[in-house]
Structures are given as structure tokens and as C-alpha cells.
Design a protein. Structure first.
Length: 577
């Protein structure tokens, strides 16, 4: 077969030259005769002659800049994105030849590139560590903005109740673009070959239109088995580490919630009732403390490793997490075990080469065995002892610290919870509180949840105290924010923070710091890591109840009054306009 190839990129430097070489080699491998026109600014540009165009059965254009196609009228032509041609070039070239169509006078060649100027079918997935707020708020933002831009979009939410509005095979097959807005790892193999763009739920929520623009510009075909953490960029590596940690935390949370509430229910019969064997209190303690909490650290470690190395990393991670638990290394040891197991499994998968006949044994025998041995030995002989000592010292310090230290810790945790409203700093404080539950240290978790309720509650209070300073839409958002605050969903304050961060965030931090300090000062303890004030329905889940409510109310008043005072009427008018 005779074909003609044209490559072009805006700068005429890297992509144009690289694509020309790859496509020419791919054509040779297919035993096709190819003539190439590389539109470059650094090498001599030889245009296709009329004879070469006449001889070509198909014209293939790989470009992400304008190319003059009038000279190809009457020929079979295909135009695709140059970035797509750089991945699995031979398959791309074969597909291009099959999809080529006759170019008539005035028509445009068939193109695979995603264009932001036409109606595009988009599928998306949103997922956050807790699977509560950011997951659904980001989905709503994507749907609204996508519709406003004139695109057809369907969003699958992977929240705490599982996947909802699930994408079907037909949805994916018809999609022109895939957007993944997730702070944890989600399965992507079903999108193989589709232009895919990855971002975070925070950016999808706060900078939705910009993320759509980036998606159209930067989406690249997804390869089956491709891991987002394989990026060579140091900033992306850091984001990958955070995502792996949050994947482990998100899978651990249901165990913490169920276990904590089961323990709280056992206390209904008396604080010491569970010690009497055969009683319902003892059974509830066995379910919560003996089973759910015992699985916390192995599941944390297991799914950190799973996020890094996929299924081959799960078994070594679970084993490493169990060793962290049994050696007393606690949640810090579990995090270390998860990363050890994950990167060990990934290293073995990528570096250990076996005969083709034995490759099938790698994921089910060789990787789990070697990665488990490595992780286990490191945890037993290197990590376990020192980290166990650190955890014991930290637990003793937290349980016996004086009021001054307790107040200082509460201020720090409160500020962290209110700084980025569900972002990395907020999640770091939350993870710290959750991890300590396994060590029967309940005070930090109480401070974390109380402070986390303040931003959304405070914004709701501000819209009530200074109605004339807020537009009607903002007052409606304030009502929703107040309800979200009661549920311990800090993200309810995001609409306000996005519009006025310099006033909203300091106001929230002031209230959160006060609430965290008071919670620690009052010696409040919380058995469950989520649920907001609705946890009060479970007897003994929070203690002391009245003083805990005082801490939350005090912080809410500080935040609400402060922001109501700082906000000006001029801003409200601007919003209305």
C-alpha cells in the first residue's frame, strides 16, 4: 500500500519530527510505502509532490495545528491528533487508514482530535477519600458546566455508598473524552484507547471551566494497565503519594465508623460491661474493637499498596499491615508497610523478567511471595520496633498531656481542618485523628470533627446575621451550608471561600481554632470519625455531650459573626449584578 503522511505541531519542533519518524517506521513495519511531509521549523520542509499525492491511496495527517487539505480533494484522508500518534504508533496508523474517507471539495477530513468548539460526548468519574462531599459536589459542577458549554456529559460518582450513575459500555464507546476527577485511585482499564484527562475533585469543583479547557487540550489516549503514579514529574509523584495514602484511608473509613459505633453501643450497658463474657456488651465490643478495629491497619496498608501496584500489591500490603498492628507500630507503621509493599510489588512487576511461559505466575505467585517476604522482614527487623516505640510514646503523651498542650494541639488541628476545606491539609488532620482511634485515643478525633463542622455552620450563620450583605443566591447557599455543617461536611463553605477567600478562610480558621481548643480542654472524646451531630443519636458515642456542643457553638458564632462583620454590602451588589 502507498500512503502519504503529514505531521505538524504549533512549534514545528519536537512532536512534528518525532511523529514523522515513528509513523515512517510503523509504515515500514507494515510493509507499506510511505512518503512523509514533516512541517518543521528546524529541518528542511519538503512538501509532498503532486505525483506523490496522486500515487497515495490514503493521506494520513497527524497534527494539532492547522494543515492545508485543499490539495487532497478527491483522495481518502484521515486527520488525527499528533499526540495520539505517539502512543502505539503502528496501531494508530492502521486505524487511521481504516477510518480514512473521501475528501470532497470544501469538506474537512475525518478527525479523532477532541474539539472544544463542537458538542462533545463526555463521560466522567468523581471520587474523594471519604466519598461524601467532594465526590458529589464535583460531579454536580462538571454536569452543570458541561451542559453550559453545550456538551453531553454523564458523571459516575464513586462515593461511600458505592458507584452511582454507572457508565455503561455504550456510554464509554460513544464518548469523545473521559475526565477523571479523583483524589483516590479508580479503575481505568475500561477506558483503554479513549482520550483521558485526570484532575482532582477540588480543581473540578473550584476551577471547572479551566479544567474542561485543559481536558480538551491535554487529554491523551489511555493505555490499559497504565498507572497515574508512573509519572516522572516530581510534583505528580508527590500527588501520587497523597493519592495512594487517601486510597488506603478511604477503604479503611467504613471499618472505623462501624467499629467505633459498635464500641459506643457496647458502652450503653456501662463502661465496664463488655468485660463480662457472654453479654451483648461483650459481643458488641468483639465486633467493634476485636474485629473492625483489628482490620483497620491491614486494610489501610493493603489498599495503599493496591493503589500503587494494583492487585499484586494487595496481599503484601495486607500482610505488612497485620505485622504493623501486631508489632504495635500502629497506623504509622501501617502507612509505611503499605508503601513498602506497593513499591516492592511494582518494582518486581517491572524489573523481574521471566520466560513467556512463566509470566502468568508473576501476579499470583512470584510478586505476592517476594513482596510479602521483603515487606514482612523489613517490618519485623527494621520498622516495627522503632515505630512501635514512637506510637507508644505518642499515645502516652496524648492521653496524659496537660491542659496547655491539649489546647495547643486542638488549635493546630482546628486550623488545619478549616484551612483548605477538604483539601490535603484538612485530610492530614482528619487522618491523624482517625489513626489514633485504633490506639483508643479518642480526644483528637473529637476536636477534628467539631472543628470541621464550623466552616459550613459559620457561613450559614453569617448569611442569617447579615442578610442585607448577601445576595439571594448566597442566602440560599447559606441554608444548605448550615445543614452540611451539621453533617460534618466542611465543603459546604467552599462556594463562599471560592468567591471571597481572604475573608472566609481566616474567619473559618479563627472559629475552628477555638472549637478545637475547647474540645481538647473539655476532654471530649469521639468514638466514630464521621456523622456530625447525628452521632449524638448513639448513646456514649460523644462525651461529654453538652460541653462538646458548647465548643461547636462557640466556634460557629466566632466564624459567623467575624465573616458577617468583614463582608461588605458592595460585594453583595456586585454578585447580584
Amino acid at each position: 500500500m502507498n500512503i502519504a503522511i503529514i505531521t505538524a505541531c504549533p512549534s514545528g519542533v519536537a512532536n512534528s519530527i518525532i511523529a514523522a519518524g515513528l509513523l515512517e517506521q510503523a509504515a515500514k513495519d507494515l510493509n507499506w510505502n510511505a512518503t512523509v511531509e514533516c512541517q518543521s521549523s528546524v529541518i528542511p520542509h519538503q512538501s509532498l509532490t503532486q505525483q506523490q499525492i496522486d500515487d497515495a491511496e490514503v493521506i494520513v495527517i497527524a497534527a494539532n495545528t492547522a494543515v492545508d487539505t485543499t490539495r487532497f480533494t478527491g483522495k481518502k484522508v484521515y486527520q488525527g491528533d499528533i499526540n495520539s500518534s505517539l502512543t502505539d504508533t503502528q496501531a494508530w496508523l492502521e486505524s487511521a487508514v481504516k477510518k480514512a474517507s473521501l475528501l470532497e471539495q470544501g469538506s474537512a477530513p475525518v478527525a479523532e482530535s477532541v474539539s472544544n468548539s463542537k458538542t462533545t460526548k463526555i463521560v466522567a468519574i468523581t471520587a474523594c477519600p471519604t466519598g461524601v462531599a467532594h465526590t458529589f459536589m464535583a460531579a454536580e459542577a462538571l454536569e452543570e458546566t458541561g451542559a453550559k458549554l453545550g456538551h453531553q456529559i454523564k458523571v459516575e460518582t464513586r462515593g461511600s455508598v458505592g458507584a452511582k450513575n454507572q457508565l455503561t459500555e455504550q456510554d464509554i464507546a460513544e464518548a469523545d473524552l473521559v475526565i477523571i476527577a479523583a483524589d483516590i485511585e479508580v479503575p481505568l482499564d475500561r477506558f483503554a484507547g479513549k482520550p483521558l484527562y485526570k484532575t482532582s475533585t477540588g480543581l473540578a469543583l473550584k476551577k471547572t471551566e479551566q479544567e474542561f479547557a485543559k481536558a480538551f487540550e491535554q487529554a491523551t489516549p489511555h493505555q490499559a494497565g497504565q498507572q497515574s503514579s508512573a509519572s516522572s514529574s516530581s510534583s505528580e509523584e508527590k500527588a501520587g503519594v497523597y493519592k495512594h495514602l487517601m486510597t488506603g484511608v478511604s477503604h479503611m473509613l467504613p471499618l472505623v465508623v462501624a467499629g467505633g459505633l459498635a464500641i459506643a453501643l457496647s458502652f450503653v450497658f456501662g463502661i465496664e460491661a463488655f468485660k463480662e463474657e457472654g453479654t451483648l456488651a461483650a459481643a458488641l465490643m468483639t465486633i467493634g474493637g476485636g474485629s473492625a478495629f483489628a482490620l483497620m491497619i491491614p486494610v489501610l496498608a493493603g489498599f495503599i499498596a493496591f493503589s500503587i501496584a494494583d492487585r499484586p500489591g494487595l496481599a503484601p500490603g495486607l500482610i505488612g499491615g497485620m505485622l504493623a498492628s501486631s508489632t504495635g507500630a500502629g497506623f504509622i507503621g501501617g502507612i509505611i508497610a503499605g508503601f513498602l509493599a506497593g513499591y516492592a510489588a511494582k518494582f518486581i512487576a517491572e524489573k523481574v523478567k521471566l520466560p513467556q511461559s512463566m509470566e502468568a505466575l508473576k501476579p499470583i505467585l512470584i510478586i505476592p511471595l517476594l513482596a510479602s517476604l521483603f515487606t514482612g522482614l523489613v517490618m519485623i527487623y527494621v520498622v516495627g520496633g522503632p515505630v512501635s516505640g514512637i506510637m507508644t510514646a505518642m499515645t502516652e503523651f496524648l492521653n496524659n498531656m496537660g491542659s496547655a498542650n491539649a489546647v495547643l494541639l486542638g488549635i493546630i488541628l482546628g486550623c488545619m481542618m478549616c484551612f483548605d476545606l477538604g483539601g490535603p491539609i484538612n485530610k492530614a488532620a482528619y487522618t491523624f485523628g482517625v489513626g489514633l482511634l485504633a490506639s483508643q485515643t479518642y480526644a483528637p478525633m473529637a476536636a477534628v470533627m467539631a472543628a470541621g463542622m464550623v466552616p459550613a455552620l459559620g457561613m450559614g450563620l453569617a448569611t442569617f446575621l447579615a442578610k442585607d450583605k448577601f445576595a439571594q443566591s448566597e442566602r440560599e447557599a447559606g441554608k444548605a451550608s448550615f445543614v452540611l455543617g451539621l453533617c460534618f461536611i466542611s465543603e459546604g463553605a467552599i462556594p463562599f471561600a471560592a468567591k471571597d477567600p481572604m475573608r472566609v478562610i481566616p474567619s473559618c480558621m479563627a472559629g475552628g481554632a477555638l472549637t478545637g481548643a475547647l474540645s481538647m480542654l473539655f476532654g471530649a472524646k469521639l468514638m466514630a470519625p464521621h456523622g456530625g451531630l447525628f452521632v449524638l443519636l448513639i448513646p456514649n458515642a460523644i462525651s461529654p455531650v453538652l460541653l462538646y456542643l458548647v465548643a461547636i457553638i462557640a466556634g460557629t458564632v466566632v466564624t459567623g459573626v467575624t465573616y458577617a462583620f468583614l463582608k461588605t454590602k458592595a460585594e453583595a451588589k456586585a454578585v447580584i449584578a
